[in-house]
Design a protein around this ligand. Sequence first.
Ligand code: ATP
Ligand code: MG
Length: 290
Amino acid sequence: MTVNPVAGDLADLSPSAVSLRGSWDDLPATVLAAIESNVGPVERVEPAQDGYSSHVAATVWSGRDRVFVKGLRTDHPAALAQGCEVAVNPFVVPLGPKVLWRVETDGWDVLGFEHLEGRRAEYHAGSRDLQLVVDVMAELGAVAGQDAPVPRAEQRWAPYLDDPASARMLHGDTLLHTDWHHTNMLVTPTGHVRLVDWATATRGAAWIDPACWVVWLVYAGNPPRAAEQWAARVPAWRSAEPGVLDVFADVLARYWQYVAIHHPNRMTGELRDASARWAAYRRSVGPAGQ
Ligand SMILES: Nc1ncnc2c1ncn2[C@@H]1O[C@H](COP(=O)(O)OP(=O)(O)OP(=O)(O)O)[C@@H](O)[C@H]1O
Ligand SMILES: [Mg+2]
């Protein structure tokens, strides 16, 4: 999930109230023409059901193609996410969809992706998708992403560290997705997970991805202990030295608290609670619980 700046007192807003999503018809004719120069005349547009951090997100059919299109107006800070998607793409295909083209014109930054067939993953206890997510996370852990031009974990989470000296714990060369929201996991008809939404790709310690996933698992109703047991199936989890998960659970709790304060809605509130629950669990079991 990309966090969107929102102004005002938003104490009781629903997720849709912080959505950037507009409609396909918002695209200026010049931008549409540039898109059509890549795909041919657009025949049908189906807006994405999930996500809210792009001004336009839709499956688009033309006579010769079906692509997934994500676009942002460049005057919005979230448009920087487009550059991240492009930069990380050569490293993550085929785990993620290939970027086919980019249109930057008339105040818009629009990406055309390979369209993926799939449904969103389910994270509740007993879901068969959990093992598929473990599998794709393990595959990503094996990608040689040390040259990917993405932010470093120790910089990204620095504002949420209690002790700046702990930053070195986050250091590493593993290419991380970090946004393990179940809507970013597309379960394909062949029973694999493919990962979309690379806007917050990061380079850091290998155990960070399974640790980020724990919060989403708790958010989906799994008790922290069960959530950790799933995360522990990812080989990288075992590379976490004693104590670092305690520190990182606190980092994520502070991060989600920040998000819930600045972008209040039911979902961010529940993520704040889920991350706080995990951090409290880590404190109750101590490093031995790793
Ligand atoms: N290549 C793709 N093929 C098919 N569907 C896709 C593809 N990429 C994304 N989607 C669908 O569109 C939804 C929104 O895309 P994505 O998460 O990348 O963008 P977003 O809305 O900008 O971000 P956020 O989820 O951070 O709000 C995804 O949850 C997924 O269901
Ligand atoms: Mg998303």
